[in-house]
Design a protein around this ligand. Sequence first.
Ligand code: FBP
Length: 551
Amino acid sequence: MRKTKIEIARLIYKPKLPASLRQGITIKTGAVSEPDEDREELKKLFPNTYGLPLLSVESGEEAKWPAINVGVILSGGQAPGGHNVISGLYDGLRHFNSRSRLYGFIGGPSGLVDHKFIELQHDMVDECRNTGGFDMIGSGRTKLETKEQFDSGAAICKELGISALVIIGGDDSNTNACVLAEYYAANNMGIQVIGCPKTIDGDLKNEYIETSFGFDTACKVYSELIGNVQRDAISAKKYWHFVRLMGRSASHITLECALQTQPNVTFISEEIKARGMSLDDVVDVIVKSVVQRGNDGLNFGTVLVPEGLIEFIPEMSKLISELNDAVSSSEEFNKLPTDDDKKYYIMQALSPESRDVYLRLPHKIANQLTLDRDPHGNVQVSLIETEKLLIKLVSAKLKKLKEEGEYKGSFNTVSHFFGYEGRCSYPTNFDADYSYSLGFTAAALIVEGKTGYMSNIRHLTAPATEWVAGGVPLTTMMHLEKRKGQIKPVIEKSLVKLDDNPFRYYEANREVWADSSNTYLYPGPIQYYGPEQICDATTETLSLEHPYNHM
Ligand code: FBP
């Protein structure tokens, strides 16, 4: 089959591993670790996997490790590096015992439940090394949470002689991995479960996990595009570009792209919520920059909008929740014959404040809020074109300011949504090395008989040879949270913290980025070959959170 030059080159790239994983290994047991909160409740819920020690994988003697059959599952949205976790796991298992076998469950967690699998052979793994995408075995969003699913999984594991599962996913999938590990341990089913931190959103991180794989690559792809758009804007001098960026709820991607490109205006949803900003306040931030720049003759600029913004604006989140209550389970609503009837019904159901917000929304957005709903009947927030909503509202304000003689510029806009463009890119060297190391570490944890752990690599801003491999008990990252009205044990989703270095850097600089100074940065495309300081550098976020001073 025909391949591009970059694909051919990437297939033979050898991902870098921490020095400790190169030969024999030994697992060093650290302190017993416990979650920060809800200890008693979690101890009761996870009696077999609670209170395990932190582990580090260190260099050791070559030994005779057992041959093991392992199953691997990709869960949730694509993230660059998924294939490398699998190739690292495959190579790791065979490094420890060449008779070990690896099965891939097809189409995500449902593959385990429905017994759809494939044995991964050497040539299949070789075909996918350092490539983007999850097409090797596919992914899915089925949640593993019921006893029937767990038992069905155990049955196929028994049939194939599988004694360990690796689940590659985000916070929810690793929460499920934790529950599965406990269930198999409690019932002596002889199946270990190990998780790996995946998601472009960057919201699976904590005291133990520095970042998820995929975030580095996705942010670099988006930042290249934003930089290119900025260069076009400053060349043509006639458009304001509004860019909505993926990231279901946390704004890590948007913050990282802002740090890489220095656009005129950036919104961080977590700040909007913390400051209780209204839709009007948000619009005013853009208007201020547009007016200042326009009056200085600069009728162009860039605005970054996180995908989840709308749900973090208090009045919008109230409106969305009232809409969900009003329409999600209402048969009466579903039977109404016309869109106008539906709108009338909604108007009656809303509180006066939410009705007011709803009435001020442009027609198309109001429709997206009420008529486009998911299978549960809830508003599909991710489909809302927030960037277009902001353009409309900003235009209306500028028109008024122009009439009052306070604004002399012109306001022409182009809107973008960058999301899928970044999820399947060839992983950067960082993501290729990191995800391969995560897979290899998972193999080490498995051959050493561990279960209920997340594969973990630390000191990620150091050169890869100095990275530290290990395992964190999944229960250590758990806490209790209300989900759909019920208290559940979950791994906490990490939102942008307003007192951490990345946000503080952005906050300290944003006024200059917004004014007429034109401080754009142009990161350019991802580099795979060349000087290490360019090719292996990771994100601004990670560098600001974990400055390299480990040795
Ligand atoms: P994960 O949390 O599963 O990694 O997915 C992240 C993400 O890419 C979000 O950024 C985005 O909101 C969502 O998936 C899109 O989902 P879908 O693939 O179903 O369109």
